[in-house]
Ligand binder design. Structure first.
Ligand code: NAD
Ligand code: TDX
Length: 332
């Protein structure tokens, strides 16, 4: 099988490529990635001889057409992915997440290629802390940020292309991922690398916002389960029952580093900050028999801390510039 992975030099995409090369030797992988600030070719260094890497933009219609024509399956991870950046400058989010997805959809339509679309639970908006309901495949879309609204827009394009043009598409909406190769702008790696540097973790607002954490390996095994057995046209929610508030994440990290429980700073909150995400992944589990392997969040965090300790050469070059950006918004 010839597989085209967009965004394969990013966090989840690079982990997906590693998992695929490891577990599916019959799959020939091509990565298309623009190597934005969030992409790092070195994340693919250990598989560089096994895959084909193409540096380019998913909104480049001519380039995309040729790559899609030569593929049996497209898995689309490429996106502008960070909420805070989308508040500073939404334009790249519209360009990549909406126009880029449109460009891919037109190519898979022309060439009749199977397409899997990677999306987020943020398209559903947020929940109250005490809401007994969680997000399901039937929850109405209600995105809050420029990031989540452009992801919601891209999902809508996929649904329309599947229904109107018969594109062979599936969609997955996953909760917050953690694990190796995540950019240090994101919550967990930011705090881990701060702690390695002896800097106090930075909590937005009171820290009571809840995220539903899933290890990136579990996200990617679910994506393969959907590619292998999912129904065309169907959306599947991916989550591992991992709800934790940000304060508790910071406290667990402080414990892992042997630091006092109150050794962190409260910083400016994110405007429009979603309160809580929570996924009901029953459909994925019952229909496709998927289950997560990383069910102990603390153990997953410890392994992630070890990864960042052992791979300082990977994150160090971008740490200072990332913190300088947070400084400007009063979040450092
Ligand atoms: P990331 O920011 O780490 O990686 C994005 C990758 O896409 C980078 O390698 C970047 O260079 C590439 N890219 C950006 N614009 C591009 C363009 N125009 N053309 C080609 N490549 C481009 O993101 P991530 O956290 O790995 O997220 C991957 C996908 O998963 C996204 O679609 C995101 O919405 C979704 N998702 C992420 C999470 C999460 O917790 N990180 C959760 C659910 C869904
Ligand atoms: O320094 C910080 N302090 C802090 O308290 C940072 C960077 C974040 N936070 C909070 C904000 C959120 O409540 O931590 C939580 C997680 O923040 P992010 O890592 O920025 O993730 P989030 O905004 O929840 O979005 C993530 O999950 C869904 C990904 O970035 C998205 O791409 C994905 O769709």
């Amino acid at each position: 099988m010839r597989l085209l992975v967009t965004g394969g030099a990013g966090f989840i995409g690079s982990n997906f490529v590693h998992q695929t090369v490891r577990e599916r030797p019959d799959v020939q992988v091509t990565v298309l990635d623009a190597l934005t600030y969030a992409g790092d070719k070195s994340s693919l260094a250990s598989v560089a001889d096994t895959i084909t890497f193409v540096e380019g933009d998913i909104a480049d219609a001519a380039l995309v057409d040729g790559l899609v024509a030569a593929a049996d399956l497209v898995v689309h991870f490429a996106a502008e992915s960070h909420n805070d950046n989308s508040l500073d400058d939404p334009w790249p989010f519209v360009q990549t997440n909406v126009i880029g997805t449109f460009t891919l959809l037109e190519a898979v339509r022309r060439h009749g290629v199977r397409y899997h679309h990677i999306s987020t639970d943020e398209v559903y908006g947020d929940l109250e802390l005490d809401d007994p309901e969680r997000f399901t495949e039937n929850t109405p879309y209600n995105p809050s940020s420029p990031y989540s609204s452009t992801k919601a827009s891209s999902d809508m394009l996929v649904r329309a292309w599947a229904r109107s043009f018969g594109v062979q598409a599936t969609i997955s909406n996953c909760s917050n991922n953690y694990g190796p190769y995540q950019h240090v702008e994101k919550f967990i790696p930011r705090q881990i690398t701060n702690l390695i540097d002896g800097v106090r973790p930075k909590l937005y607002g009171a820290g009571l916002n809840v995220r539903d954490w899933i290890h990136v390996e579990d996200h990617n095994s679910a994506v393969w389960a959907i590619i292998d057995g999912g129904r065309i046209g169907q959306t599947y929610l991916i989550g591992a029952d991992g709800e934790v508030n940000n304060l508790d994440v910071v406290r667990t990290l402080l414990e892992i580093f042997g630091r006092p429980a109150d050794d962190f700073d409260h910083v400016n909150d994110r405007p429009g900050h979603d309160l809580r995400y929570a996924i009901d992944s029953s459909l994925l589990r019952t229909e496709l028999g998927w289950t997560p392997r990383y069910t102990d969040f603390r153990a997953g965090l410890e392994a992630t801390v070890t990864w960042y300790r052992e791979n300082e050469a990977w994150w160090r070059p971008v740490k200072a510039a990332t913190e300088a950006k947070y400084e400007l918004s009063g979040q450092a």
